[in-house]
Design a binder for this molecule. Structure first.
Ligand code: SAJ
Length: 426
């Protein structure tokens, strides 16, 4: 049998593991490397370390191997870095996972190998942080002895239409050999278009720009929601109306905040890098402020509604439905729900929490238990389980006040049933 090309993928999370499985499917010999021994052991037992049907299914029939030992990457042709790039509490970029991964890779880096960074980083990181680490420890020269490319990840967790296999990608590299090697690799596993950029920086900029684009558009509709909420205009209906324009309008929807490991994080990478180069992204910063304020806006709205119903806020019994940052996932990174909980705790309410995807952090084991003795329900994640609840379900459990932080219930239906339904901007 033709020898399989060996590749190593460092970081076996939402980005690295799907990539391992895809490369394995396409005939590569794949070694996954991760610091987390539990995760490595689960993967070697063909058990997905996180709730994802697709990954669990593919893992069972895959041949990938996982290890915590970086020394095994020595005989890989390509080494791909898929570790997280979060921000610190003060929103400054945290490149430690990338730096540590590169230090470990550099110990075993060999001439001829290609290192590809998929982690989202601001322009300049590959050239000014990754490359020096790889060169100084390996004593090899990038672009000559080994090659370096950047292909920003574009995973969309829970998306049934767009997968790691068909999402188009962009690639930038230090020089042409690395660019060709990386392009050949991705073209061998991905059906989507692969666009070559003119530099590492351009490729790095693409990702932070596409996610900042999303963040500012969400901030735009969140600001509209706060304004229209005072004007008695239903902002969701207006956005749906604007969406009938077949060109140059792209619908985004208001909510109780922007979570996840991409959208609320990536703009800070660009803001910080530009600031270091003497430019202040005032618009991006304002959009971040607006979105970061939505959890407090939701709690403030809840207080107003409770008082309107003569229910004292302090000691009121509130049920928060949803901890995950988006529907049908169990990921709570940067989730607005975490901020909502902090604000409710500050108001000394009796808060119950239920998320079917995050039971370990829920205070109720199931929906029935969650609904016992509740004055108002606040929805923070549009899970299908919540979206399909009927007005009668609430009425049968004595709940007549809803604050729908994701506008995921049918307003008209609930109002008609005599429920005090309140959305975000509607
Ligand atoms: N959100 C809104 N209003 C919107 C859209 C999203 O409030 O109109 C909120 C969500 O509730 C969530 C957060 O923003 O809390 C992020 O939602 P998201 O749908 O952007 O989900 P992510 O974080 O998984 O974003 C990914 C990103 N993919 C990559 O970075 C590779 C992003 O680029 C995609 O645009 C996004 O999926 C997508 O389109 O689903």
């Amino acid at each position: 049998m033709k020898n399989k090309t060996k590749i190593s993928i460092v970081g076996l999370g939402y980005v690295g593991l799907p990539l391992c499985l895809l490369a394995d499917e396409k005939g590569y010999e794949v070694l996954g490397v991760d610091l987390d021994k539990n995760k490595v052991d689960l993967i070697n037992k063909k058990i997905s370390p996180f709730m994802d049907e697709e990954i669990s299914k593919k893992l069972k029939k895959s041949f990938i191997k996982a290890t915590t030992d970086f020394s095994e990457i020595g005989n890989s042709k390509i080494i791909i870095v898929c570790v997280p790039t979060p921000v610190y509490e003060d929103h400054l970029p945290n490149l430690e996972p990338v730096e540590n991964a590169c230090k470990n890779i550099a110990l075993y880096l060999k001439p001829g190998q290609l290192v590809i960074v998929e982690s989202t980083v601001n322009p300049g990181v590959c050239e000014s942080i990754v490359l020096p680490i790889l060169e100084e420890i390996s004593l090899l020269t990038g672009g000559k002895d080994f090659y370096l490319a950047h292909c920003p990840e574009r995973i969309n967790p829970g998306d049934k239409d767009w997968s790691v296999e068909n999402i188009p990608r962009v690639i930038g590299s230090l020089e042409n050999i690395g660019l060709k090697m990386a392009t050949d690799f991705y073209r061998s596993i991905i059906s989507g278009n692969i666009k070559q950029m003119n530099s590492l920086k351009e490729a790095e900029a693409v990702k932070v720009v596409e996610n900042s684009f999303r963040d500012i558009n969400i901030a735009f509709v969140n600001e509209l929601a706060m304004s229209f909420g005072r004007l008695g205009i239903d902002v969701v209906n207006v956005i749906e109306g604007a969406s009938t324009k077949p060109f140059s309008f792209m619908a985004h929807f208001p909510g109780c905040g922007v979570g996840g490991h991409c959208i609320p994080v990536d703009p800070y990478y660009l803001i910080d890098y530009a600031k270091k180069n003497g430019f202040s992204h005032d618009f991006l910063k304002l959009a971040r402020q607006i979105n970061n304020n939505m959890p407090k806006y939701l709690v403030d709205q809840t207080k107003i509604i409770l008082e309107k119903n003569n229910i004292p806020v302090k000691k009121s019994n509130i049920l928060l439905l949803g901890l995950a940052y988006k529907p049908e996932v169990g990921d709570i990174r940067e989730s607005p729900s975490l901020e909502i909980i902090k604000h409710f705790e500050g108001e000394e309410v009796n808060l119950k929490i239920f998320d079917p995807y995050v039971l370990d952090k829920s205070t109720a084991g199931n929906l029935e238990e969650a609904f016992i003795k509740i004055d108002a329900v606040v929805i923070a994640t549009a899970h299908n389980l919540f979206k399909k609840l009927s007005p009668q379900y609430f009425l049968d459990r004595g709940v007549k006040i809803i604050i729908d932080g994701r506008n995921c219930l049918c307003k008209e239906e609930f109002l008609k049933a005599g429920i005090d339904y309140n959305g975000i901007g509607r």
